[in-house]
Design a protein around this ligand. Structure first.
Ligand code: 5AD
Length: 349
């Protein structure tokens, strides 16, 4: 039998493969193996989470950032980025808009903005939790101290997203300025987990200089760290970054890896990301069909959306916009799934 298909079958049965075989699977993947993994990943997700897809309302509350990541449109050296910061009232208004639409998780995502001291951010988290005690608050605000993570947790934050970006030290250095390190990123992730957050990591597919070996290390890291959530999406170039000329990542490889990740980590919460929806016309739906079970429409105010430009052509309208959640519900129903008004906690212990 076809060797690649045999590897795919073993991955589906045992939920793991040795690194050298993962490498072969990625490098020599073919349409037969991809569609087999897609069907297995979706069936596994159906057994665990059923036909329910969780909604997260994404609130991009600041695009100020002290970091200068070479791939990112809101890096501090980007003079063209129009900076903004939402007030507490504006963030609460986003939640007020999202709640009746069925959102029970609010994701506060932002650049690493020093204006948001622990005091200010804790106040914001506490205000959301006070108004919506039945909702989860997810933070995605980058690297902070362990003490800071603890304070935010004590203020009521439930979950934290911090993509590791790449599990390969030398690759990490090519994507980030010298003041950022993989070591610190990983110790942040460990601290978040230890404190008790449902923790998410993840990476870009096709980021500049990424090799298949790097991807295998990313998958191995996921398998070992056992995060509650994993966010992956294609790298998409942004015109005002040093990587402007680098090609976009592959949608096909992103979908393939979504299936592989579902099979490696059966219970993980796996979003079909905005970047995937931006790259492929039916990216979100395809992502679900490859084993994703979360979608994160944008709840930010209209003018903020146009400024939170991590990459070019970022989607924020149509079914990507929270106010059009009916479009999203419809497109999910068309593929046999249902967006539910549930907090959607991870089943990973
Ligand atoms: N393309 C795709 N994803 C990007 N991110 C940042 N810049 C880009 C880009 N150009 C991702 C990073 C970050 C997350 C918030 O967005 O992985 O962790």
């Amino acid at each position: 039998m076809n060797h690649i298909l045999e590897l795919a079958e073993r991955l589906a049965q045992t939920h793991d493969l040795p690194d050298d075989e993962l490498l072969v699977l990625i490098r020599r993947r073919n349409p037969g193996a991809s569609s087999f993994l897609k069907a297995e990943a979706r069936a596994l997700c159906d057994r665990i989470y059923g036909k329910e897809i969780y909604l997260r309302g994404l609130i991009e509350f600041t695009n100020f950032c002290k970091n200068d990541c070479y791939y990112c449109g809101i890096r501090k050296s980007n003079r063209r980025a129009e900076r903004y910061r939402l007030t507490q009232e504006e963030v609460l208004a986003c939640c007020d808009m999202g709640y009746p639409l069925g959102f029970r998780t609010f994701v506060l995502q932002g650049g690493e903005d020093p204006w948001f001291t622990d005091e200010r951010l804790c106040k914001l988290v506490a205000a959301i939790k006070k108004r919506y005690p039945d909702c989860a608050v997810t933070l995605s605000v980058g690297e902070r101290s362990r003490e800071s993570y603890q304070r935010l947790f004590d203020a009521g934050a439930d979950r934290y997203l911090l993509r590791h970006e790449t599990a390969t030290e030398s690759h990490y250095k090519k994507l980030h300025p010298p003041e950022l390190s993989l070591k610190n990123r990983l110790s942040c992730l460990q601290a978040l987990r230890d404190i008790g957050y449902q923790t998410g990591c993840g990476f870009m597919v096709g980021s500049p200089f990424q090799t298949s070996e790097d991807l295998v290390r990313d998958l191995r890291f996921l398998k070992e760290f056992q995060p509650h959530m994993v966010g992956i999406g294609p790298y998409l170039s942004q015109r005002d970054t040093p990587f402007r000329a680098e090609p976009n990542g592959s949608g096909e490889l992103t979908l393939f890896l979504l299936s592989v990740i579902r099979l490696l980590l059966p219970e993980v919460l796996l979003p079909a990301t905005t970047a995937l929806g931006t790259l492929l016309p039916r990216g979100r739906e395809e992502g679900i069909l490859c084993g994703a079970n979360v979608v994160m429409p944008n709840l930010s105010p209209e003018d903020a959306r146009g400024k939170y430009l991590l990459y070019d052509n970022k989607l924020s309208s149509g079914a990507e916009a929270a106010e059009s959640v009916f479009l999203l519900r419809e497109s999910l129903e068309n593929i046999g799934y249902r967006a539910v008004a549930a907090k959607g906690d991870s089943l990973v212990s």
